[in-house]
Design a protein around this ligand. Sequence first.
Ligand code: ZDP
Length: 280
Amino acid sequence: MAIEFTKYHGLGNDFILIDNRSNAEPVITPEQAIKFCDRHFGIGADGVIFALPGIQDTDYTMRIFNSDGSEPEMCGNGIRCLAGFLADLEGKEAGSNQKYKIHTLAGLITPQLMPDGQVKVDMGIPKLLAGEIPTTLVNSDEKVINQPLEVAGKTWDITCVSMGNPHCITFVEDVAAIPLETIGSQFEHHSVFPQRTNTEFIQVMRRDYLKMRVWERGAGITLACGTGACASLVAGVLTGNCDRLATVELPGGPLQIEWSESEGRIYMTGPAEKVFSGKL
Ligand code: ZDP
């Protein structure tokens, strides 16, 4: 059976989008997703995203397979791409202020198409307790803020935040000097993270401007990570490093992140670009 797909990217974090609206289960398997994501033998992407029918009063459901076939709970850049993809499928004008209620494994997430072509996403409320991350570094009802963790023969002060998926954030003097290729996977697979973890290194340029490099669980080094940028801003506020509203600069470009004081919710604003469509 031929599968139709559309390639999107959000700041170079790239995804294969599949119109899965007439089926409650993804139309391809995790094994097929691994092949689709291969950059030499396949289409090439960091993950595959499925637009499924909505449940529990939502418009649609989003599911995603990482390029290694694992299934994360949420995907920040991916949900902006999904919003653009759905607007296209529905024939909605760009900049129509269209809002979608999307069911994810991390709960309800609400992207909105803004008049300037950007997508603003209500990412919900971050979770901070160790049991929710999950991590076994401290007791399950405690937070992990600037806690020492031994990785690759060094002690890092880490802060943990869940945006539905797990993130481990470390503030450093110079992100360019971090040997991400070698230590990223050691953080991901560290025994204190039973579900593995996404790993972000942050350099504070100003209180409203962070520079980030990321090692993603199940995908390795990527050009951007939306949930990672949100988690990093939260970690920056918790550690006193940044304001509640800041730009997070990723290798693929900037995202605007706000942690609303009154609601406790996180808002992420950034681009979603269509690249091409095809059949496989
Ligand atoms: O949690 C994970 O396993 C991530 N690899 C999921 C993908 C996150 C993403 N990069 C994002 O932008 O949040 C898509």
